[in-house]
Design a protein around this ligand. Structure first.
Ligand code: 3PG
Length: 317
């Protein structure tokens, strides 16, 4: 059997597939070629660049396609419902990037609180902007987490080392479970927005979370507070965020993910009080090895007729 890998993948992940006896074809093909070629393959393995659309899945299912693997967490680039209805399991690696994303989140918090991006920019322009760049300690501040799953919890653990108080909004996690990680559960998202110095999102982009952070929510933030999104574009209304940043209604923001990636022509690119990174959350050596090998093992299980642990479209199969 053969597996088409269309996004940059850790070598270790490809080795798992090869060791299991599969032919691995690594080719970062474009959308049209994928549509034409997909039917020839038994498996497709992707990250977020490749879009496994309805058409791609239908073309694959009329051919040989039996499994789609997402070496990562977010499956918003895959039509998991159509795949399920066509009998194609979609598997992912929910824990592979936990440390990587949480560490990037903390990195962004420090970058914002100590103006590191602006410090670097002004130094390189020959300025010694020490007086302009007075920062804040994370110690004693409140971090509001929107989503307290694997990544949210790990972010809480790291932030606690900096002496931060953690509050969390997550309709799916009980007060008791949050308290095990020393996170105070907040039932009302608005209250979390009002009471946090730093707000960080750790949730998927699904219809229920689209623009969960909108104008109304941003207006609840303290003027001294910061917003960080290392989760998914589309959860934050970028227009509303731009207006708040432009008018100085909040202190700043950091974004790793965007409504459209790359965020070409976004007015956010012109602001100094926002720090932008190119969807780097899971982009570490270790994160890629973990995400890639977990996903590869799931693909191997499906193709060998075994039950995978991380199938995200079970209910449609
Ligand atoms: C994920 O959902 O796992 C992250 O957003 C990483 O996406 P990437 O694999 O495209 O870097």
């Amino acid at each position: 059997m053969n597996i088409l890998v269309t996004d940059k993948m850790a070598e270790e992940a490809l080795t798992v597939l090869k060791d299991a006896g599969f032919d691995v074809i690594y080719d970062e093909i474009d959308a049209d070629t994928l549509l034409k070629e997909i039917g020839k393959y038994d498996g497709l393995m992707v990250r977020s660049r490749t879009k496994a659309t309805t058409e791609v899945i239908e073309a694959g299912s009329s051919g040989n396609l039996k499994v789609i693997g997402r070496a990562g967490i977010g499956v918003d680039n895959i039509d998991i419902e159509t795949a399920g209805k066509k009998g194609i399991p979609v598997v992912n690696s929910p824990t592979g990037a936990t440390a990587s994303v949480a560490e990037l989140t903390i990195g962004h918090m420090l970058t914002l609180s100590r103006h590191l991006a602006l410090a670097d920019k002004t130094m390189k322009k020959g300025e010694w902007a020490k007086k302009k760049l007075k920062g804040f300690e994370l110690d004693g501040k409140t971090l509001g987490l929107i989503g307290t799953g694997n990544i949210g919890k790990y972010t809480a653990k790291l932030a606690q080392c900096f002496g931060m108080k953690i509050i969390g909004y997550d309709p799916f996690i009980s007060k008791k479970d949050m308290s095990k990680d020393n996170i105070e559960k907040i039932e009302d998202l608005g209250k979390l927005m009002e009471n946090s110095d730093y707000i960080s999102l750790h949730l998927p982009h699904i219809p229920a979370t689209h623009h969960i952070i909108n104008k109304k929510m941003i207006e609840k933030m303290k003027p001294s507070s910061y917003l960080i999104n290392c989760a998914r574009g589309g959860t934050v209304d970028e227009n509303a965020l731009y207006n708040a940043l432009k008018e100085g209604k909040i202190a700043g923001a950091s974004l790793d993910v965007y409504e459209s990636e790359p965020p070409e022509n976004s007015p956010l690119l012109e602001l100094d009080n926002v720090v932008l990174t190119p969807h780097l959350g899971a982009n570490t050596k270790e994160g890629q090895i973990k995400a890639g090998t977990i996903c590869a093992n799931q693909i191997v299980k499906v193709l060998n007729g075994k039950e995978p642990e991380h199938c995200v479209n079970k209910k449609f199969l």
